[in-house]
Design a protein around this ligand. Structure first.
Ligand SMILES: Cc1cc2nc3c(=O)[nH]c(=O)nc-3n(C[C@H](O)[C@H](O)[C@H](O)COP(=O)(O)OP(=O)(O)OC[C@H]3O[C@@H](n4cnc5c(N)ncnc54)[C@H](O)[C@@H]3O)c2cc1C
Length: 321
């Protein structure tokens, strides 16, 4: 086999998708879970938001969002977003019970993330329930031992999400974030936008007749530890009371925790590892991994095939020394 991708989340799946379109390399994807999207790629807010605080990151989210908005791979619902604190638009013009001013971004929207992941993986050689336990370099090959079989490949891709730091010996930190869903409510219009109060750390958007809300928490955690912290629900309640009083009497129906994984500079990590020959990383997608996935996979595939990419130096793993 030419390339073994470890991780069938959005990072690994999109990389495989682009490799299949750009080359005839033999690619296999392994994932330790029985279904793809068990971790971050199945625990997010499903929002395609182009804005990123870092310009280099935004060049990738812009490219990724532009493609996903076409709805070619998964259904896209264009509802816009209001980024509170970044502009003068009155949020109530778009989301009547909300208050504050911000930048109106009409093209943002939500996407069916499960469908997107399936579309990236369609036709690929995906081995589930297959956990990489160890790798050994011999000559120009990797021998990769899993709980099922040992694979031999030329290039190994670390797309292991929250495990990418441990797997690839990189300084990455998984951070827990909670999301909550309310019971259906009477006056919610499903076409209202996503509202993100960047400074105060609060976001919400319509979901299933109610709202999806998050207190924007970031707590460092062990990979795969989704222990829910009851304080986060209190935190959300207090923020709603202080910032969005008309939404403060919502009734929460369910909630969950997920993990977003960051590099110290909060930029993606995409590129070959100079310390370990033919090890490649597609990791640290932070809070942009859905929006950026198409462009991230495209960049990763181009670099894996030996081609140049104009932004590669901004995301290289070399930057950690
Ligand atoms: C609460 C929350 C809200 C978010 N909201 C948004 C949003 O609205 N918009 C947006 O763009 N992004 C959002 N994100 C970010 C986005 O979900 C992530 O950036 C993205 O899913 C990361 O994908 P990934 O493939 O790197 O990781 P994962 O999806 O975690 O995939 C990694 C895979 O690697 C596998 N793996 C790990 N170790 C091994 C091993 N040793 N052997 C085999 N397999 C292994 C795991 O099983 C897993 O399936 C959010 C994230 C969270 C947590």
């Amino acid at each position: 086999m030419d390339i073994l991708i470890v991780g069938a989340g959005l990072a690994g799946a999109s990389t495989a998708y682009h490799l299949a379109r750009l080359s005839s390399r033999r690619v296999t994807i392994v994932d330790k879970e029985a279904t793809p999207g068990e971790h971050s790629s199945g625990r997010n807010a499903a929002f395609i938001r182009e804005y990123a605080q870092d310009q280099a990151t935004q060049s990738i989210t812009t490219e990724g969002a532009a493609f996903l908005r076409l709805g070619t791979l998964a259904e896209y619902h264009r509802c816009g977003s209001v980024l509170l604190g970044l502009g003068d638009d009155d949020v109530a013009d778009h989301f009547p019970p909300a208050r504050g001013h911000g930048r109106w971004c009409p093209d943002d929207g939500t996407l069916d993330v499960a469908a997107l992941l399936q579309a990236y993986l369609a036709g690929q050689d995906v081995r589930l329930d297959t956990e990489v336990l160890q790798r050994r370099r011999q000559g120009d090959k990797f021998h990769v031992r899993t709980n099922r079989e040992t694979f031999t490949c030329n290039t190994l891709v670390n797309a292991t999400g929250a495990w990418a730091g441990t797997f690839g010996n990189l300084p990455l930190t998984p951070m827990t974030r909670h999301l909550f869903i309310t019971r259906p409510m009477n006056d919610i219009d499903p076409d209202w936008p996503f509202v993100w109060d960047i400074e105060n750390g609060l976001y919400f958007r319509p979901e299933s007749g109610g709202l999806l809300l998050g207190p924007c928490d970031e707590t460092p955690a062990e990979p795969g530890d989704y222990t829910e912290d009851p304080a986060m629900l209190e935190n959300l309640g207090q923020k709603l009371l202080d910032l969005q009083p008309k939404l403060s009497d919502v009734s929460i129906m369910s909630g969950w925790a997920g993990q977003r994984t960051f590099a110290p500079d909060r930029r993606f990590v995409i590129g070959f590892d100079q310390r370990e020959q033919s090890l490649f990383h597609v990791a640290a997608l932070g809070g942009h991994g859905v929006t950026a996935s198409f462009a991230v996979g495209k960049m990763a595939a181009k670099l894996l095939l030996g081609g140049p990419h104009e932004s590669s130096s901004l995301f290289t793993p070399d930057r950690f020394g």
